[in-house]
Ligand binder design. Sequence first.
Ligand code: NDP
Ligand code: GDR
Length: 373
Amino acid sequence: SPKSSAPLALQFYFMSQTANVKTTSQPRKKKALITGITGQDGAYLAEFLLQKNYEVWGMHRRVSSPTTQRIDHLLSDQSGAGNQVRLEYGDLSDASSLSRIIDKVHPSEVYNLAAQSDVKASFDLPEYTGDVTGLGTLRLLEAIRNFAPNARFYQASSSELFGLAKETPQTETTPFHPRSPYGVAKSYAFQITQNYRESYGMFAVNGILFNHESPRRGEKFVTRKITRGLGRILAGTQESLSLGNLDAKRDWGFAGDYVDAMWRMLQTDDPEDYVIATGATHTVRDFCNVAFTYAGLPITWKGTGVEETGYGPEGQVLIRINPEYFRPSEVDLLLGDATKAKKELDWTPQVSFQELVEMMVDHDRELAISETK
Ligand code: NDP
Ligand code: GDR
C-alpha cells in the first residue's frame, strides 16, 4: 500500500484527538479493555478503537501525580456528544483488581499493554519486572477465564524475546534468547498466553512487536531521548546529549501503525501470533545522524568506544558517551520480518524511518520552544 508522508501521520494523530464518534448508529458496541492505557501505545490504541466506535475502558494505577496526559483529550468530550474512555483503577500485581474490572466491564476484547517496559530498568528491578510484566499477564488471563471467557485477548509481546537472535531477520519461528529480566518476563507472558489458548481454547494472541516510537514515546527510550535533547539544544536550553551504545541496531516503526496491527490480530478467525516490524534496521548512531541533519546540525563523529563524540558544524560537542547507559547484556541487532502479518492481516507500516524521525524532531522542537515561554 502507498506510503503516507509524516504530515499525514500527524494529521491522523490530531484528527483523532478531536474525533467525535456517533454513538447511536450501531445496535451493540464492542467493548475493549486496555491495560497500560496511559502509555504510548495505550493512547494510540484508545483513539483507534474510539474511531471504530468501540466502548473503550482503560485500567490505570493509583498514583500521587496524574499519569493521564496522553489520554486527557479522550476523557472528556467538550462537545457533549461522542465517545469517551472510561477508567478503572487496577494493577497487574493485584489479581483482585483484575477480576473486579473484568467482571464489571465484560469486555469483548482485552489488550494487555501494561508492563514495566523499560529494559535497562529491569536490571535494577528484576523481581518487580517479573511480577508485573510476567506474572501480571497470568493474573489477567485468569480473570478473563473466570469472568469473561469469550473475550479476545491481545498480549503485548516484544522483539526483546529474540535477544541474542539466532537468525536474521526474525520471524514467528525464530527461537527466543532474551537478554534482560524484561525479556525473560515477556517470555513467560508469551508462553502463558499460548498455554491459555491451548489449554482453555481462549482466543489469546501474541503480537511480537519490534520497537515503535512516536512523539508520545516515553522520554527515557533512546529515540525520544535523542529528539527531546535535540529540541532543547535547538531551543538553547541544553548543550549536549549523553548516550550509551551507539552501535545497537533496532527495527523502528511508528506506534500509530502498530496499534492497527494489534486490532487486526483480534479480528481473525483463528488466534495466532504475529511479528510486526518494518523490515529495516538502523543503529542508534544512524538515528542521531538523521535527526540532527534534519534539524540543520549534521554531526561529525570522532574517536571510538566510550571516547566517541559527536561534534556539530561549529565544532561544538553535541553527543557524548556515558557508560552509565550501557546494559549488563545488550541486544545488538533486531530486524523483523512481518511477511505473515502482511499476508494474513493485510497490514503494512505506513510511516518510513525518515518520516518517523522528522515527525519526532518537529514535535520536540516545538515542545522545547514552548517550554522557554
Ligand atoms: P509504556 O511504558 O509507554 O506504557 C506502559 C503502561 O503500563 C503504562 O500505562 C503504565 O502505567 C502501565 N503499567 C506499568 N506497570 C503497571 C502495573 N503494575 N499495573 C498496571 N499498569 C502498569 O509502554 P508502551 O506503550 O511503549 O508499550 C506498551 C506495551 O508493549 C508494553 O507492555 C511494552 O512492554 C510492550 N512493547 C512495547 C514496544 C515498543 O517499542 N513501544 C515493543 C514491544 C512491546 P503508568 O502510566 O502508571 O506508568
Ligand atoms: P529497547 O529500547 O531496549 O529496545 O526496548 P531503548 O530505546 O531503551 O533502547 C534501544 C537501544 O538504544 C541503546 N541506547 C540507549 N537506550 C536508552 N534508553 N538510553 C540511552 O541513552 C541509550 N544509548 C544507547 C540501548 O542500549 C538499546 O540497545 C524498547 C522498549 O519499548 C521495550 O518495552 C520493548 O519491548 C522493546 O523496545 C521492543
